[in-house]
Design a protein around this ligand. Structure first.
Ligand code: GAL
Length: 413
């Protein structure tokens, strides 16, 4: 073909190919299920002429991603969007580095369409400063039904029943609990025990308010006793694997139970596991009626080349109702919008939605401290690490840990 025609064709093609705005997203969604959910974001952006650049930071729960974002902000090299949770949103806004999303909030009527938790968590005195994406329930017990039948067990409703079931599984050389040897994962078990043995009000006092009286109470001693019993039961199996590896063990009939958030559901769906037939979702023992939650949001970071108008144009695309429904269906969470029909969602998500409604009415919805929804990241990670050290080392006395947690709670940062 003559070079003149080639040039003419190329010029024409370039003229019609939309120039895609590159958008960098910093996040920690790296498991199979999380990547599937991330791909719905990529498609949504691509369909609106944005090219998503995914900057993923490995580490379930986002501890490492939080550190990376802080370092990049200090270096003046922030991404356009960053995944974030809970009180950190207010902290980032306080340093004047976020775009407000009030135009988007108005366009999508967030004051009417968002769940009350999403309204509270994503607003500051500057209005809406983050885009809410998911509402994950954390007090779930995931059960391998085939192994439960094989062991002639019923689904445990209390921790004593759970311990009996786990003991039996262990005697039959089945891993009782799918869990990775990481602070964030281990701390979640403790959080579940606090609600189970102390109740929601005690959880709020001890883990959200970091109240010294609650932390040094007799209830807390009892909770550490159960936590030690759990560490002795699962300690030798502990391997340094990710939460999603634990979910694979559950799916592959290697583990009987997993305790944790319904990102596990997203993973099981991505593994083509039948939920609830093969793996069932049950409220974590002794937490019936309680909704322990975490929420994923996106912050849009102010940069010379990323204006508030550009941020709201982008947020508008991700606030879209159809997209939010698609994303949450794959992620395993429930939508933050209250105008999304859940009939096509998994039964576990439908139950989570009903349980959240009940919990909100009865003041039984509580934020997860171990997963960044209650205190600042420094205290959270310090407490998670204390719990992790205690769990790994049978010789550590709970009284020493309680003293150190009180010191962390009392520190200024
Ligand atoms: C949480 C996050 C979830 C899920 C989980 C495991 O902090 O909110 O979306 O991905 O980590 O990585």
């Amino acid at each position: 073909m003559h070079w003149i025609i080639k040039t003419a064709l190329l010029t024409t093609l370039l003229h019609f190919t939309p120039v895609r705005a590159e958008i960098e997203l910093l996040h920690w969604w790296t498991s199979k299920g999380e990547i599937k959910a991330l791909n719905t974001i990529k498609k949504q952006l691509n369909d609106h002429d944005y090219q998503m650049v995914s900057t993923s930071v490995i580490g379930g729960g986002g501890d490492t991603a939080t550190t990376v974002l802080q370092a990049r902000a200090l270096a003046g090299n922030t991404p356009n969007i960053a995944q974030i949770e809970g009180p950190s949103i207010k902290a980032w806004d306080a340093i004047g580095i976020l775009h407000d999303l009030n135009n988007t909030a108005k366009k999508h009527q967030w004051n009417e369409t968002l769940n009350p938790l999403a309204k509270e968590i994503n607003q500051t005195e500057n209005g809406y400063v983050a885009l809410p994406l998911t509402l994950h329930r954390m007090n779930w017990l995931w059960v391998n039904h085939d192994l439960l039948t094989q062991l002639a067990l019923d689904v445990p409703v209390t921790w004593p029943e759970l311990f009996i079931a786990m003991d039996k599984a262990k005697r039959h050389h089945i891993e009782p609990l799918a869990i990775g040897k990481q602070p964030w994962q281990i701390a979640q078990l403790f959080e579940s025990l606090v609600i189970a043995y102390g109740g929601v009000d005690f959880y709020q006092q001890a883990m959200v308010n970091l109240d010294k009286t609650a932390i040094s109470s007799q209830e807390m001693q009892e909770i550490f006793k159960q936590f030690r019993r759990l560490s002795l039961l699962v300690g030798e199996q502990l391997a340094d694997h990710k939460w999603e590896t634990a979910t694979q063990y559950l799916a592959q009939d290697k583990s009987l139970f997993q305790i944790g958030g319904d990102w596990v559901l997203g993973e099981l769906i991505a593994l083509n596991i039948d939920v609830p037939k093969k793996i069932g979702c049950y409220v974590a023992p002794q937490t019936q009626g309680v909704f322990l939650y975490n929420m994923d949001s996106f912050i849009f970071m102010s940069r010379p080349d990323f204006t508030v108008q550009q941020a709201n144009d982008l947020a508008n695309v991700l606030a879209n109702k159809t997209f939010q429904s698609q994303f949450n269906k794959v992620k395993g969470a429930i939508p933050v919008r209250n105008d999304i029909d859940l009939s096509g969602f998994n039964v576990c998500q439908q139950q989570a939605s009903q349980d959240l409604e009940f919990a909100l009415i009865h003041k039984l919805a509580v934020p997860s401290m171990t997963d960044s929804m209650a205190v600042n990241p420094i205290k959270q990670q310090a407490i998670n690490n204390e719990l992790f050290q205690f769990f790994k080392n049978d010789s550590i006395d709970s009284k020493a840990v309680i003293r150190r947690i009180i010191a962390i709670a009392s520190s200024d940062n």
